[in-house]
Design a binder for this molecule. Structure first.
Ligand SMILES: Nc1ncnc2c1ncn2[C@@H]1O[C@H](COP(=O)(O)OP(=O)(O)OP(=O)(O)O)[C@@H](O)[C@H]1O
Ligand SMILES: [Mg+2]
Length: 388
C-alpha cells in the first residue's frame, strides 16, 4: 500500500519497503483496473516506487542536497530551473514539464526533489518499467492534485500504450480511457488537475519525438569537474562527520568518474579504511591507498572499465566492435556498458563510437596496456598490462 511521507515541506508519495528501489519493481499492492479509478481516492498503485537507488537509500538520502543552494555545479541548468520555478510560483501555476537527461548518478532525481520542494508541491515518484499497464498511469494521473509533481524515472522505458495516455495528460490535463468491451465499451474523459511531469532518463535518444516535444524544459546534465566533486566530497564528509584534508577530498574527487554518486560511495569506502587502518582522518595518501584496494585507478576507472578497454583493445584489435559482441565477451548486460561504462570512456577520449562499432583511441589502448601503432595495428605490451 502506498503511503505519503513528509520530508520538510516536500511531501513524497512512495511505496512501502516491499518495492525494490534499484529496479523500480512493483510493491505488493494488488492490481488496479481503469474502472477502479475514481478521482480523489487514495493512491493505491503498484507503479508508485520509492525514491533513489538502494545505495542512495542507505546513506545517500542524508547526502542528497535538499535545496538548490546545496546543489553543487550544473550552474546553467540550476539557474534556468530557478527562474522557471519562481515564475510559475509567482503566477500560482504548475511548472512546465521538465525532462532531465544524462548519465547515472549526476543528480537528476535530486533536482526533481528540489523542484518539488521549491514549488511546495507533493512529489509522486514512479518509473517507466513500473507503469506497466494503462490502468497504472490513469490511476496515478487521476490522483494528482493541483501543482503536484509526477516524477517518472527511466521514462524511456514506458510502453507505447502507456505513453499515449501521457500525451493528452501533459498537453491538456485530460485523460481519455475506455471501460467495458464491445457494445458496452464507454470512453471516459477525465479532467486532471494541472501538474508537472518530470521525466528522467539516461537514454534521451530512446524517447519518442511526440513525448520529447511535450516537455517545455529540457536539460542535459554533464559530468562534474574535479573541483566540483571536491566540494561534493567536502560537503558529504561534513554531513557524515568525517575529517578530511583538502588533498584527501581532491584525491577522491579525481577518482570519481565525474559523478557525485561515485564520489559519495568512494568517500564511504575511504572512511572505512581510514577508521580501520588509521586514526579516522582522511588525507591524500590514505585516499589513494584505500581506492587502490577498491580497484579504482588514478583516473577513476574500475575493473569493468578496464576490462572493457582491454577486451576491445586485445580481443578485437582495437575495434570496431559491436557493443552486443563486447557485452557477450564480457558477460555483462549491454545496457550496463551503454549507460555506465561507455559514456565516461567516451568523455575522456578513450573510445570512439563509430557507425561500424566501438574503437579504442591510442590513449585508451595505452591505458589498457596495449600500444596502438598509428593505424590499426596493435601490439601487446606485457609491461603495461598492470593498471594500478
Ligand atoms: N549537484 C550535486 N551536489 C551534491 N550531491 C549530489 C549532486 N548531484 C547528485 N548528488 C549526490 O549523488 C547522489 C545521486 O544523485 P541522483 O540520485 O540525483 O542521480 P541520478 O542522476 O538520478 O541517477 P540515476 O540516473 O542513476 O537515477 C545523490 O544521492 C546525491 O547525494
Ligand atoms: Mg535517479
Amino acid at each position: 500500500m502506498a503511503k505519503t511521507a513528509r520530508t520538510g515541506r516536500e511531501k513524497i508519495v512512495g511505496a512501502s519497503g516491499a518495492a525494490d528501489a534499484e529496479t523500480g519493481s512493483p510493491a505488493e499492492s494488488g492490481p488496479e483496473t481503469a474502472s477502479d479509478v475514481t478521482p480523489g481516492t487514495a493512491l493505491r498503485s503498484p507503479a508508485i516506487v520509492p525514491t533513489g537507488t538502494a545505495e542512495d537509500g542507505r546513506l545517500g538520502n542524508a547526502l542528497r542536497p535538499r535545496r538548490f543552494d546545496e546543489y553543487v555545479g550544473q550552474t546553467a541548468v540550476v539557474d534556468s530551473i530557478t527562474v522557471a520555478v519562481m515564475a510559475a510560483s509567482q503566477r500560482g501555476e504548475a511548472l512546465d514539464h521538465v525532462l532531465l537527461h544524462g548519465p547515472p548518478g549526476l543528480g537528476k532525481t535530486t533536482i526533481a526533489h528540489i523542484i518539488a520542494r521549491e514549488m511546495e508541491s507533493r512529489l509522486v515518484h514512479t518509473s517507466g518499467p513500473a507503469m506497466e499497464r494503462p490502468a497504472d498511469v490513469v490511476g496515478i494521473l487521476s490522483n494528482l492534485g493541483e501543482r503536484d509533481v509526477l516524477f517518472i524515472d527511466e521514462i524511456h522505458r514506458l510502453s507505447s500504450a502507456v505513453e499515449e495516455y501521457l500525451y493528452s495528460a501533459m498537453e491538456d490535463f485530460r485523460v481519455d480511457f475506455t471501460t467495458g468491451q464491445g457494445a458496452f465499451a464507454k470512453t471516459i474523459n477525465l479532467p486532471l488537475h494541472p501538474f508537472t511531469l518530470i521525466g528522467s532518463t539516461t537514454r534521451v535518444g530512446m524517447l519518442s519525438a511526440p513525448l520529447r516535444d511535450r516537455f517545455g524544459l529540457v536539460y542535459h546534465l554533464d559530468y562534474y569537474t574535479e573541483e566540483q566533486l571536491t566540494l561534493v566530497v567536502q560537503r558529504s564528509a561534513k554531513i557524515l562527520d568525517v575529517q578530511i584534508s583538502d588533498s584527501g577530498a581532491s584525491e577522491i574527487a579525481r577518482r570519481s568518474r565525474g559523478t557525485p554518486r561515485i564520489a559519495n560511495r568512494l568517500l564511504r569506502r575511504v572512511r572505512d579504511f581510514a577508521q580501520v587502518r588509521h586514526d579516522g582522518v582522511i588525507d591524500a595518501e590514505i585516499g589513494k591507498n584505500a581506492l587502490l584496494l577498491e580497484g579504482v585507478d588514478h583516473l577513476g576507472l574500475d575493473r569493468l572499465d578496464r576490462l572493457y578497454l582491454e577486451t576491445l583493445a586485445r580481443n578485437y584489435d582495437g575495434g570496431p566492435a559491436g557493443v552486443n559482441a563486447l557485452a557477450a565477451t564480457l558477460n555483462e548486460e549491454q545496457q550496463t556498458l551503454e549507460d555506465v561504462v561507455e559514456p565516461y570512456l567516451l568523455k575522456i577520449g578513450f573510445i570512439l563510437r563509430t557507425t561500424q562499432g566501438r574503437r579504442t583511441t591510442p590513449e585508451g589502448a595505452k591505458h589498457a596496456g596495449v600500444v596502438q601503432a598509428l593505424g590499426t595495428t596493435l601490439k601487446s605490451d606485457p609491461q603495461q598490462t598492470r593498471f594500478l
